[in-house]
Design a protein around this ligand. Structure first.
Ligand SMILES: C[S@@+](CC[C@H](N)C(=O)[O-])C[C@H]1O[C@@H](n2cnc3c(N)ncnc32)[C@H](O)[C@@H]1O
Length: 269
């Protein structure tokens, strides 16, 4: 319909031959970027519409769904229910099941005892991380949005991970106080999934904090889409890390390429 309308309007303004010449171009654009259009529709248009009709935020809608469909105390059921909602009902930028499995594997391999999560949103990755940690490990999750943090808090409790620490503040205020306020001496594992423009300054802040030791692992999501080019340039040039990109697709989307960066700090401590 859109193509016809544009063509008809264009035909009235310019010659029919020129207008028709644009049809293949339009079709090519639509086919090539179809996954991005679907994402725009699911993440923005459906959200605006449901915000209006439900009177709840998207995060509250997700929580209501999880509360009524998942088994309390069962992290697997909570994650599966989130995944179901995000693939079939509305889009939320949880790390999702595919990249989540990569994160699970890295956590299992490292068995970290002190973990920092930057960007908890509704608590999906928080539950995913907590589920994979060895006994006695500590997870510190940082979320700056109070409403998101309230949902995360409820999801953590629903999953039964009452011992995790949720810090409601922006990462650049939390990182400098991790030693003084929380008594941390070393971070074994950091998961970054907050605003992409914060990746580089926060990584540099962590480097300067003395909290990273040789072998500390940093995993950063979405480094290819939406992308974190300055962060990638730094890890390439600084010489402080052994690193690789785990290629995948964007959460709950088939055709948008994304990746997670895995960094192993080579500094001394
Ligand atoms: C992509 S979502 C996180 C998704 C979550 N990691 C998951 O997989 O379930 C990003 C979240 O990071 C939070 N955020 C963004 N910048 C932040 C910052 N500088 N400090 C703390 N939280 C931040 C946002 O409020 C948002 O809730």
């Amino acid at each position: 319909t859109i193509i016809c309308l544009i063509t008809v309007t264009a035909t009235r303004m310019v010659s029919p031959a020129i207008a028709l010449a644009f049809v293949p171009l339009l079709l090519t654009v639509i086919i090539r970027y179809r996954f991005y259009f679907v994402l725009l529709y699911r993440a923005v248009l459906v959200r605006i519409w449901k915000d209006c009709v439900s009177g709840l935020s998207r995060e509250e809608r997700a929580y209501q769904y999880v509360l009524t469909h998942a088994t309390p105390g069962d992290p697997d059921s909570i994650l599966d229910t989130f995944d179901n909602w995000c693939s079939k009902v509305e889009f939320i930028s949880n790390i999702g099941p595919k990249k989540g499995k990569i994160l699970d594997r890295l956590l299992m391999e490292q068995s970290p005892l002190v973990v920092l999560e930057l960007g908890a949103h509704c608590g999906y990755s928080t539950v995913r991380i907590a589920r994979a940690l060895p006994l006695g490990a500590r997870l510190y999750s940082v979320e700056m949005d109070q409403r998101n943090a309230a949902i995360t808090e409820k999801i953590i409790r629903l999953a039964g991970f009452d011992d995790d620490t949720l810090i409601v503040n922006p990462s650049d205020e939390v990182i400098p106080r991790l030693q003084s306020d929380y008594g941390l001496e070393r971070l074994d594992f950091v998961f970054m999934d907050h605003w992409k423009k914060c990746y580089l300054p926060d990584l540099q802040m962590l480097e300067g904090s003395g909290l990273l030791g040789k072998g500390s692992v940093i995993v950063a999501d979405n480094v290819l889409f939406p992308g974190a080019p300055k962060f990638l340039r730094h890890i390439r040039k600084s010489g402080l890390y052994e690193w690789k990109i785990h290629r995948a697709t964007l959460e709950y989307s088939k055709g948008i390429r994304d990746g997670m960066a895995e960094l192993v700090y080579q500094g001394i401590k």
